[in-house]
Design a protein around this ligand. Structure first.
Ligand code: NI
Length: 134
């Protein structure tokens, strides 16, 4: 198996809040992140596959870039995540972002020789979350 990864960037804002809990509990859980703020996110999408006999590519990375752009970046870049349909009734933590982006991408990427292997979201240089669909 060969693993290929495309890294992309987007900026977005959010508020981390559980609307079922009190203001005090939200501040206890989320601290400063209970306020409106933004991040410069990076997303890394890794595919696992077997190089195609014609091209020797697992997938043309230009094609992967297009899928990430159309399915994720165009929907979230410079947006307020809490207001997006994909995050309705979901707290837009990095964990939930990774899982939701996985679901969206997995519907576009599962072709013959290739499988979506992981979605990694970097919220800061030091914090990132990885989801492998399990
Ligand atoms: Ni945040």
């Amino acid at each position: 198996m060969i693993y290929i990864t495309r890294r992309e960037h987007f900026s977005a804002s959010h508020v981390l809040e559980n609307i079922n809990l009190s203001k005090e509990k939200n501040i206890e859980l989320f601290g400063k992140c209970n306020n409106f703020h933004g991040h410069n996110y990076y997303i890394e999408v890794t595919l696992a596959g077997i190089p195609h006999p014609d091209s020797s590519y697992v997938m043309d990375l230009k094609k992967l870039k297009e899928i990430i752009t159309n399915e994720i970046l165009n929907k979230v870049d410079h947006k307020f995540l809490n207001e997006l349909e994909m995050f309705r009734n979901v707290i837009p933590t990095t964990e939930n972002m990774a899982m939701i982006f996985w679901k969206i991408l997995s519907e576009k990427i599962n072709v013959d020789n290739v499988k979506l292997y992981s979605v990694r979201i970097y919220e800061t240089e030091k914090n990132f979350v990885e989801y492998r669909g399990e």
